[in-house]
Design a protein around this ligand. Sequence first.
Ligand code: ATP
Ligand code: MG
Length: 238
Amino acid sequence: MGNPLARAAELLTGVVVVTGTDTDVGKTYATAALALAGCSAGRRRIAVYKPVQTGVLPGDSGDIDDVARLLAAAGVPSDLLTTAEGQRLSAPMAPPPAAAIDQVPLLNLDDHAERVAALLSDHDLVLVEGSGGVLVELDGQGRNIADLTERISRDVDPYVGVVLVGRPDLGTLNHTLLSLEALYRRGVRVLGTVLGSWPSNPQILHETNRDYIVNIHAEDGRSIPLLGAIPKGWGSVG
Ligand SMILES: Nc1ncnc2c1ncn2[C@@H]1O[C@H](COP(=O)(O)OP(=O)(O)OP(=O)(O)O)[C@@H](O)[C@H]1O
Ligand SMILES: [Mg+2]
């Protein structure tokens, strides 16, 4: 099993937030690939934190369990990885309605930042996987993963950055550019982009999308690196 995000290794220290252009774009796969790249680059204690996991019942497998499974398949020793969920909700929808259905309050940004700080105190790398896309509300008070990143930057790790995962197929350019604009507008540091679920037989559409995304620049002219593409089926082989 290869390491599709090996070139991200130098960015993988402290807190890294993984967000996406949408739900189901491959954030969990990208989180596992980033953890693997961190491990290959010598990080000895890696934590993965999912602030709000929706759509699972007690005992069900969530995103952090998928990360653990993918890393085990890659041969990463289990004692190197810590996984943690802030909160789990049963309905498969955004956190505010899911919390209303379960009749529980949502954790707030301070709660999540405290948990991230606790993980950072004894890990070299803490990966935080958001719910859905950039502007999905996390806390019932209108705050989203970009706001949580800002809070982490203020209270936990001033160098925190975001990795944006997107699809390789039709529509991704608009979603990628909108998501990046929302991140810039909130002053969030963008470390790079990742293409989830890269097809084994890419069409010209996938390749031209990738070429476009490779050349995206931030508003200050800096390039936003494409950190890699996760091959479809990664993790299910060898
Ligand atoms: N590289 C990949 N190889 C194989 N399957 C993939 C890959 N990336 C995504 N998938 C498929 O797409 C689904 C969604 O991927 P993933 O769970 O990583 O998305 P997500 O963005 O984390 O979704 P969520 O918003 O629910 O957290 C997976 O269940 C898997 O079936
Ligand atoms: Mg996920």
